[in-house]
Ligand binder design. Structure first.
Ligand SMILES: [Zn+2]
Length: 695
């Protein structure tokens, strides 16, 4: 459960697990897999012909051509809201981690302290009988803290404590890199406190949204009842909580506006926050979290904190206490709660919001929560077993090739002035490449894990992480740090660090093969590398310079041209829809720009490599495709997927990534190189009338 860093701008390759995972659940145990043959999820080859529907016309719908059989061969499991290549690889990794954790949990002497801790954490999470038998007793001390409140004046201490144990009560507090001085870590507060995925869920009109809100209020009521409230009470209490959250939603900044760094950067003296939200004594709040002292704080969304003052001042204490009880339970991982609460959480967040029929087996959820709690301890064992040195060398070589391609690309742009080009090249030069795992592993010696105390362990891990983040305030930035654990199947670019990060987990088949001269490799992982690099130059990333500082390095004329070119993507992707929901072209702009730019870079890098190795580009390889065709088939197969409609709607309304199927065709229609490779002609659906291109 790593605490999200306040207001950091981190651009992921795909939606982070927090949205996709069905984070709560019931028990089912399974025998551990012990070898490749017994693993249910297998690595998929870099070109899987069985996935293809070769009867489909590649110039009409290339996604169908490359991925037409995905849903037949990899149907959505009952315990998932979707099935795609990332999901498959993530499940594969969970099997590997499962084996590591089973062995760590088996005990015995000679285990180092990290092995003991991950083993105990996992074993406690798996001990369903004990969790069930204790019922809500482990939560009682937290419920008592809420019960003990006799005045709103006592809120700062309680909210500070809830902040440390990761309860989503009203707001978030932590550290972040200063947008305008990337060498330093500053304190930051940000909006929070909502139980639905995004502010619009509270405010949008329409049958579907009204239905979700009705179910949500019902869900709140069910949780309160399970905590012992009477039937008579719960109806009015759950309505009052909904009213409170709706008031918070109204003053929250929407997801699209959050993508502009200027909208979430308001550095002020700490007295500034006190003036915005006088109802809370912030000095007492900070000192109760144990944070170092500071003089300035980034109030990410000042309007929210102004509104929060009215919400707290205008709500009676009894309702606030009820809201805190509700958020406490909603914030705790379902695995450490008794069955009835776990099932109720899943019913709303998994079943109703994401459309998933069944909970994941307990072992899967416990593997995921151990990874969340001690990702670098588990990740170290994972890397030793799963990530050969050759993978690191080969992927670094490819990254350098893709960076060189970006250099040539910038150089060749006809719309950018020499002045801006020089700054863009400087920024490219400063990008740090991080591959596999951190150079220095996190020290968990101060984290206490006790076998048999599942809920306590979860709180301790959250507190450990909160203190680790808060301790950074006022210190210089540590550039070695990772925001993802090594087994994660994802990647990211950080605007303030100006670095790209590829965890070991994603550097496997089908995305990455050790033979990097393979054209398929460029379509797969080459695209991911190009994607993350391009984030440094998308609508958000371009506002930061090579040192990670928010600083406008563009000439006015070039910035205008950039916006005009980027608008082409806003329009293109805004035409796609899932069910009756249109994609938000502005929310997804950065990701779509990164996909388009990334694919071009991967293609350019492959051409350079092919020239270096004198590859015959006209000759079909053993796959039956020419190397240039392979680049595009590999790319399209990255996005083979089938999603439940509920999840598609959830992602389309809250996530900056377009659903997988649009990520393939949305890019290819813009590339004449693709049309040429497959003989597509103007006027066919896979050839855009007006091709979009920025980079
Ligand atoms: Zn991205």
């Amino acid at each position: 459960m790593s605490l999200p860093r306040q207001s950091d701008l981190i651009c992921f390759l795909i939606a982070a697990g927090i949205i996709l995972a069905t984070s709560t659940g019931l028990a089912q145990t399974s025998a551990p897999a012990s070898s490749e043959a017994s693993r249910t999820f297998k690595l998929i080859p870099s070109l899987d012909k069985e996935l293809m529907d070769t009867a489909a016309d590649p110039c009409v719908d290339f996604y169908r051509y490359a991925c037409g059989n995905w849903s037949k061969l990899h149907p959505i499991p009952n315990d998932s809201p979707y099935s795609d290549q990332f999901y498959n690889l993530e499940q594969y990794n969970r099997q590997v981690l499962h084996e590591i954790l089973d062995s760590a949990a088996a005990g015995g002497g000679g285990r180092d302290s990290n092995t003991q801790k991950i083993g105990d954490y996992y074993a406690s999470c798996m001990d369903e009988a004990s969790i069930q038998q204790k019922a809500t007793a482990p939560l009682q001390p937290e419920l008592d803290r809420i019960n003990a409140l006799t005045s709103k004046d006592q809120l700062p201490e309680l909210l500070a404590h809830f902040q440390l144990i990761n309860v989503n009560a009203f707001l978030g507090f932590g550290s972040q890199q200063d947008f305008k001085d990337a060498t330093r870590e500053i304190a930051a507060v940000s909006q929070g406190g909502l139980g639905l995925p995004e502010k619009d869920y509270y405010l949008r009109t329409g049958e579907k949204d009204e239905e979700i809100r009705k179910q949500y209020v019902q869900h709140i009521g069910n949780i309160l009842k399970l905590l012992g409230a009477s039937d008579a009470q719960t109806s009015s209490d759950s309505q009052a909580i909904m009213k409170l959250e709706t008031a918070l939603a109204k003053v929250s900044l929407d997801v699209t506006s959050q993508r502009d760094p200027h909208n979430i950067y308001h550095l002020m003296p700490d007295s500034g926050l006190q003036a915005l939200t006088p109802v809370l004594n912030w000095e007492r709040f900070y000192s109760s979290t144990g944070s170092p002292e500071f003089k300035e704080i980034n109030v990410a969304e000042p309007e929210f904190f102004k509104g929060l003052n009215q919400v707290i001042a205008g709500t009676d204490l009894a309702t606030i206490k009820m809201y805190l009880r509700w958020q406490l339970v909603e914030s705790v991982p379902g695995t450490v709660l008794p069955k009835a609460l776990d099932e109720e959480n899943f019913d709303f967040n998994g079943r109703k919001l994401a459309g998933t029929p069944e909970l994941e087996p307990r072992w899967k959820r416990c593997v995921a929560s151990t990874d969340g709690a001690m990702g670098e301890a588990l990740g170290k064992a994972y890397v030793e077993q799963q990530f050969p040195a050759s993978s690191k060398e080969n992927s670094l070589r490819m990254i350098h090739e893709i960076e060189a391609a970006l250099g040539r690309d910038i150089d060749s742009l006809d719309w950018m002035s020499a002045e801006t080009k020089k700054r863009a090249e400087e920024k490219l030069h400063w990008i740090a490449d991080k591959v596999g795992y951190p150079s220095k592993w996190r020290d968990y010696s101060r984290l206490t894990i006790e076998r048999g105390d599942a809920l306590g362990n979860s709180f301790h891990a959250a507190e450990f992480e909160s203190h680790r983040q808060l301790a950074k305030i006022g210190k210089p930035v540590n550039r070695d740090e990772w925001e993802m654990s090594p087994p994660t199947v994802n990647a990211y670019y950080s605007t303030s660090m100006n670095d790209i990060n590829f965890p070991a987990g994603v550097l496997q088949s089908p995305f990455f093969a050790t033979l990097s001269a393979d054209a398929l490799n460029y379509g797969h992982i080459g695209l991911f590398m190009g994607h993350e690099l391009t984030h440094g130059f998308d609508d958000e990333g371009r506002q930061f310079d090579g040192h990670g500082n928010l600083d406008d390095w563009w000439t006015k004329d070039d910035a205008e041209k950039f916006t005009e070119k980027a608008d082409c993507f806003v329009h293109e992707y805004g035409q796609f829809s899932v069910g009756d929901t249109k994609l938000n072209g502005k929310l997804t702009l950065g990701e779509n720009a990164a996909d388009n730019g990334g694919m071009r870079l991967a293609y350019m890098a492959f051409l350079a490599r092919a020239a270096e190795e004198s590859l015959n580009l006209d000759k079909k390889t053993r796959t039956g495709y020419t190397p240039l065709q392979e680049v595009f088939v590999g790319f399209a197969q990255d996005w083979c997927a089938v999603w439940r409609p509920e999840l598609e709607r959830l992602i389309a309304t809250t996530d900056p990534h377009s659903p997988d199927r649009f990520r393939a065709n949305g890019v290819l229609v813009n590339m004449p190189e693709f049309a040429k490779a497959f003989g597509c002609k103007a006027g066919q659906p896979m050839v855009a009338v007006k091709a979009c291109r920025v980079w």
